[in-house]
Design a protein around this ligand. Structure first.
Ligand code: URA
Length: 161
């Protein structure tokens, strides 16, 4: 993961891809650039939050992570959450959202909504990879990030300081 240790916002992706694996940093490459652009749009950058992945190793050929792999990494992620105690968790992509929010979470149907679980607000906006595949979703993603900005102003203390 990268970012500040006392982050109020945590962004959780699926798993590292080839570039992420090489550089040891989440969301680098084209998807990462787009994520940085989306954050910039709402006045944020990586130094103001924490970004990580739910699966910590790269699945071969970029296949979906297997349940055994998700389970193997879950303790690590759970510990990150316990240490950081984020107020808002942004799940990027179906795999992360279904792992963190609900096993039948639908990004298409529920992308702009905040769902509270154990005192943490979760959201699952359109992830950068989906926007690269289907730019028609960019307005939706923009609206999701604006909703995120408003929610940060509502519930966070130091993210925008
Ligand atoms: N890059 C990451 O680090 N995670 C993803 O889920 C997608 C791209």
């Amino acid at each position: 993961g990268v970012g500040r240790e006392d982050a109020e916002i945590m962004i959780i992706g699926e798993a590292p891809g080839a570039n992420e694996d090489k550089q040891g940093e989440p969301f680098v490459g084209r998807g990462g650039k787009l994520l940085d652009d989306m954050l910039k749009m709402i006045g944020l950058d990586r130094s103001r939050l924490y970004i990580t992945n739910s699966v910590k190793c790269r699945p071969p050929e970029n296949r979906d992570p297997m349940n055994t792999e998700k389970d193997a990494c879950h303790g690590y992620l759970a510990r990150q959450l316990a240490l950081m105690k984020p107020k808002i968790i942004v799940c990027l992509g179906r795999i992360a959202a279904q792992r963190m929010i609900r096993s039948d979470f639908s990004v298409t149907k529920e992308h702009g909504q905040f769902i509270e679980k154990n005192g943490i607000l979760f959201m699952g906006p359109f992830p950068p990879a989906a926007l690269l595949r289907g730019p028609q979703n960019k307005p939706n993603a923009f609206a999701d990030f604006v909703a995120l900005r408003d929610k940060i102003h509502e519930v966070c203390e130091h993210t925008y300081e």
